[in-house]
Design a protein around this ligand. Structure first.
Ligand code: SAM
Ligand code: SF4
Ligand code: SF4
Length: 341
């Protein structure tokens, strides 16, 4: 049975944050000096995550993406991957990572049954990486990307958040790099999500601008029609056949087709990246709620879902950061690095 929300959108895609910790401090995600972390005792154990995923699969979820924070910081992650990969009904098991620790873990993750990796890569320049992330680990990221192919992982994607004056001069070079990996590059518009406390509209490079820049370098760009897709990326083809994606969440959001929800490492479930409140699943789970009770709770929330966060933001006048720092400190669940991107 697939649960559907008020707009007919199915519950299909679960982003599972396995930790709120991160080993980078990307300007667009964690620009502050210090953060309030989730209490350790609240973090779900692998068995708890596995039990919840089974309930979600029973309700129509067939795609799970591990994320964070930085998911590779979670100890023994391949053990969780093995538990999830064994579940019938899960068609797609992927991870989004900054790849700093991927060189060491790629083979174990592949062996455990991981299907695909998406690596966040914003620049090919080590000094720029250090300025953008406040950590000098660019070489490790490149080693991690190479290790993913070496381990036999296919379908790798490279996600780039494009920021004006930061990395918008590297779009073509990133596509060239992606060809060599091989990996499909996806350009993401800078979003005003929780945690992006330095966001402003003038730093957003829009889909139209991205297409303009690439068109001047490569010539005619064709859209790749995918009428059935619920993926956030629209795909395009260069004259030589190379395909890349654009996730235009800020200037042309795709809420109408959104089948995603997010579970934080401490078991809070959010129906939208922009939602201010979520549903606590850890409490009922630890109080030994039955599968049926958990399923009823989840279905009840999903069938009432009206969220269209990014579309509502589009309508906002004088758009600035979504959430101020004081509110983020009071509730770290509002942070992108807690909620899982
Ligand atoms: N640490 C992992 C990584 O960076 O791949 C996984 C978690 S991270 C929160 C997931 C994704 O969110 C990354 O691709 C990151 O670029 C994206 N992200 C974070 N803040 C963003 C923002 N303000 N606008 C657009 N994308 C953002
Ligand atoms: Fe960067 Fe991902 Fe860490 Fe955010 S969670 S600071 S996007 S590496
Ligand atoms: Fe889905 Fe919310 Fe993102 Fe819209 S803003 S695409 S509803 S998660």
């Amino acid at each position: 049975m697939t649960a559907r929300d008020t707009l007919g959108r199915p519950l299909r895609n679960l982003r599972l944050s396995v930790t709120d910790r991160c080993n980078l401090r990307c300007q667009y995600c964690m620009p502050e000096e210090d953060y309030v972390w989730l209490p350790r005792e609240a973090i779900l154990h692998f068995e708890e995550i596995s039990a919840l995923v089974e309930v979600f699969i029973g309700l129509g979820v067939d795609k799970v993406r591990l994320t964070g924070g930085e998911p590779l910081l979670r100890r023994d992650l391949p053990t969780l991957v093995r538990l999830l990969a064994a579940k019938p009904g899960l068609r797609d098991l992927a991870i989004t990572t900054n790849a700093v620790l991927l060189a060491d873990q790629a083979q174990a993750l592949k062996d455990a049954g991981l299907h695909r990796v998406t690596v966040s890569l914003d620049t090919l320049k080590p000094e720029r990486f250090a300025a953008l992330t406040r950590r000098p680990t660019h070489a490790q990221v490149l080693e991690g990307i190479a290790a993913a192919s070496g381990a036999g992982l296919t379908g790798t994607k490279l996600d780039t958040v494009v920021m004006r004056g930061v990395n918008d001069d590297e779009l073509g070079d990133l596509i060239e790099f992606g060809r060599r990996v091989p990996a499909e590059v996806r350009f993401i518009e800078y979003m005003d999500v929780g945690g992006a406390t330095r966001w402003s509209m003038d730093k957003v490079v829009s889909r139209a601008e991205i297409l303009g820049v690439l068109g001047r370098r490569y010539g005619r760009i064709e859209p790749v029609p995918e009428p059935e897709s619920t993926a956030p990326a629209e795909r395009f083809r260069l004259p030589d056949g190379t395909v890349f994606g654009i996730i235009a969440s800020t200037t042309a959001p795709f809420c109408r087709a959104c089948d995603r929800s997010r579970l934080t490492a401490d078991g809070m479930w959010y129906l939208c990246l922009y939602a201010l409140t979520g549903t606590d699943l850890r409490g009922p789970l630890r109080r030994r709620a039955s599968r049926e009770e958990l399923a009823a709770l989840i279905v009840g929330r999903w069938t009432a879902r009206t969220d269209r966060g990014a579309e509502e933001r589009l309508a906002a006048r004088d758009r600035g950061p979504l959430i101020q720092i004081g509110q983020l400190r009071q509730d770290p669940h509002l942070e992108m690095h807690t909620r899982g991107g």
